[in-house]
Design a protein around this ligand. Sequence first.
Ligand code: TYM
Length: 333
Amino acid sequence: MQRVFSGIQPSGIPTLGNYLGAIRNWVPMQNGDNSLFCVVDLHAITVWQDPKELSRQTREMAAALIACGLDPERCILFVQSHVHAHHRLAWIFTCVARMGWLNRMTQFKDKAGKDRENVSTGLFVYPNLMAADILAYHATQVPVGDDQRQHIELANDIAQKFNHDYGEEFFPNITPLIQGVAARVMSLRDGTKKMSKSDPSDQSRINLTDDADTVALKIRRAKTDPEPLPSELRGLEARPEARNLVGILAAMTDTTPDAVLAEHGGKGFGAFKETLAEALVAKLSPIQGEMRRLLDDPAAVDASLRRGAEKAAAIADPIVTRAEALVGFLPRG
Ligand code: TYM
């Protein structure tokens, strides 16, 4: 049995990077109770979140996921803090993982920056919680963007050490599924930086909720270079911004960068950017309409998240209870 698990932080509005790198790949993977998608609020609070905003953003993220095509009747969609198995297993993993492993995490280094003394301890142990998210369900397939690769490798190290220390092949090996030309969507202002919900500049990203005028303006202002587009892929090698925009258009129109260049090679960025903005608006506006419709009835969104959490707990509780028994915790009876 192959079980799919993935998660997204409710730390802002989902971006085009989240959509292309993760969410849209989740939609065809829905397979009833063998597919779990989680809004990871426990991860979000590793950096400060305004409490009122956090609960609103958690519900909005769930609505965005449904609007993008996740169907709570065809998968398990839930909020991380509603299922206690995540905390329980995360603590055990915090005692299995080694400081040296966590010290090597590039995302921690990027997020903590120079002020290491002042970041939360949660930010440091974040990958242990992520390993627990996946392994509490014995999930094996994890569809994510390229930036999560190192966290999944660490989750496998933790699983192996647990199995070794406690003498049983209990946790399975996890495979990251990193798909397509848009596994790493870059900032519109700097083609060497990842597009991110937390970038201080809103101009650096397309939010799934941006209206047509905003999308057109952001794409028009997106950084490019003065050369026309090349007609072959290798012409993009030292041109990260151009490569990013070509990759986005290819992903949005379900084609390849080669095909995009065959059509637009030799042209300047003006006409290309107009085509790109139109493709984005055509995809995003139905999602936005659906999100508004869902958020008109927040109680219905909350009710489906509650049902999702019940189904998730029914899978994770026996697995984590067994892990606790392997560790030697006295059963609750
Ligand atoms: P998060 O919330 O940063 O991002 C959610 C998903 O979107 C992908 N992504 C991108 N893909 C391509 N280009 C980009 N610019 C881009 N930005 C984000 C991410 O790779 C991710 O797949 N730690 C995770 C959440 C998490 C999780 C998990 C994921 C918690 N537990 C267990 C998988 C399994 C995170 O912060 O994602």
